[in-house]
Design a protein around this ligand. Structure first.
Ligand SMILES: [Zn+2]
Length: 466
């Protein structure tokens, strides 16, 4: 398989450390609030990659962390009069439930930052030993604890992931008054506790870890050094991922991760709905409104690296695309011929080729839609083995992409026939030139979230969950 690597800026062969196995680390949520629709992309993209690799027989070990101590969590807890751990616990559960509702495979390990403080302290101590970190002098207002900073100048390779070099960064960074950094580009590894904050004992007094050190410590605890794939949203390249590399490699002298996979952003364009909802669409609402399959289709029909623009129209198209696959599986459920083996093998081969080429999910989907077209043609000509072959391939391969076709009402045994029945009545009305009645039926169906389109072959419908 070939995959784009942010570290080299090229699409290159994926060479796992151990044949047939693959370690995957994905930066998980900071549990300070519920997820929004944009967060789903950084979950769905690695999920599709993992499912594809597992389908190819690779043994994937998937780690996704939970950042459960953070300024925003502490601020929220303070505002709500709750313990920060309670806020973190609440939203860890909310995230888990909503991410599962997207039909994603659970990671094998979901390490929490607060459960790995000793590992982080160990890494910071190694950095101090190598002069790649320093303990700041005590601040005026502080208790006994001290801040610890990473010394960027001690790691000459700094900037290798993001291309942001310290000398250029220095020009743009302003040192805040009272900051104890030696160099404006240095970043915090350990924060001295302020009164009322959650803290852990350390060689530098009570405090808590900085965000970046969490991932360096937790990724390598479960995956070792030089692990296979580190994934996350493109917004994390700098500084988070750059700093993860610097911390681990400066502390150990060993490489951190081989392959860096970054998914593009969800952009909000000028869609009215996103504007009216404060530019953020809650994930649970999006799942409720559109269904998990449609959200998955929305993201996977685009190249994972490209930005995707949010829009109701695009979501409708995604819903129609899901229905095209699901509808074909329904329409061919009665076919029990032996599947044509050549067709199934070819379909698998093309699917494999597409996804092995930098996870080209748009191409893989195009292949599925071609199969649907061929399957319908074969249905018309009565070539049952070809129909069965297309059905087998569409079922298997859409499963590899993570579709369940279970979350829409259109899957129930009743909805399809009822809609067909109403469309037949509409057809009768049109035949006797009662266009008012025909339009009324169509409008009522629209009101129920069913879109009707007239084609030369007759009316086609699909369900839009709006
Ligand atoms: Zn991370």
């Amino acid at each position: 398989m070939r995959l784009h690597n942010t570290l080299t800026g090229t699409v290159e062969p994926l060479r796992p450390r151990a044949e047939g196995q693959l370690g995957l680390y994905v930066c998980g949520p900071t549990v300070q609030g519920p997820p929004h629709f944009g967060h789903a992309r950084a979950v769905i993209v690695p999920d599709a990659l993992r499912r594809f690799l597992e389908w190819r027989g690779v043994d994937v070990f998937h780690v996704r962390n939970v950042t459960d101590v953070d300024d925003k969590i502490i601020d929220r807890a303070r505002a709500e009069g709750r313990h920060p751990a309670e806020v973190a616990e609440t939203f860890t559960r909310v995230w888990d439930a909503q991410i599962q509702a997207l039909n994603t495979l659970s990671p094998h390990v979901a390490p929490r930052a607060t459960g790995h403080i000793p590992e982080m302290i160990q890494l910071i101590e190694a950095l101090l030993e190598r002069d790649a970190a320093y303990v700041a002098p005590p601040a005026d207002d502080a208790g006994a604890g001290r801040d610890v900073f990473f010394r960027v100048a001690a790691f000459p390779a700094y900037g290798k992931l993001s291309g942001r070099k310290p000398e250029e960064l220095r020009a743009g960074v302003r040192v805040e008054h009272g900051e104890a950094k030696e160099d404006p580009v240095d970043f915090v590894l350990w924060k001295a506790a302020k009164p009322g904050e959650p803290s852990w004992p350390s060689p530098w007094g009570a405090g808590r870890p900085g965000w970046h050190i969490e991932c360096s410590a937790m990724a390598t605890k479960y995956l070792g050094s030089d692990f296979d794939i580190h994934a996350g949203g493109v917004d994390l390249v700098f500084p988070h991922h750059e700093n993860e590399i610097a911390q681990y490699e400066a502390a150990t002298g060993e490489p951190f991760a081989r392959h860096w996979l970054h998914n593009g952003h969800l952009t909000l364009g000028d869609d009215k709905m996103s504007k009216s909802e404060g530019n953020i669409i809650a994930l649970d609402e999006a799942i409720e409104r559109y269904g998990a399959d449609t959200l998955r289709m929305f993201y996977l029909q685009s190249s994972y690296r490209a930005p995707v623009d949010f829009g109701e129209d695009r979501l409708r198209e995604a819903a129609a695309a899901v229905e095209r696959l699901a509808g074909f599986l329904r329409a061919t459920a009665h076919v029990d011929a032996e599947p044509d083996p050549g067709l199934v093998t070819d379909a698998r081969g093309q699917f494999d080729e597409a996804l092995a080429d930098d996870l080209a999910t748009p191409r893989a989907h195009a292949g599925l839609f071609d199969l649907v077209t061929r399957g319908y043609e074969a249905l018309e000509t009565g070539e049952e083995r070809l129909v069965a072959g297309a059905r087998t391939a569409v079922g298997e391969l859409s499963g590899v992409l993570g579709y369940t076709f279970e979350d829409g009402g259109e899957q129930s045994d009743l909805v399809g026939p009822l809609v067909e029945e109403l469309l037949a009545l509409r057809e009768d009305a049109r035949a006797r030139r009662d266009f008012d009645a025909a339009d009324r039926i169509r409008a009522r169906l629209n009101g129920l979230g069913i879109s009707v389109e007239d084609t030369p072959q007759g009316a086609r419908w699909h369900r839009v969950r709006v």
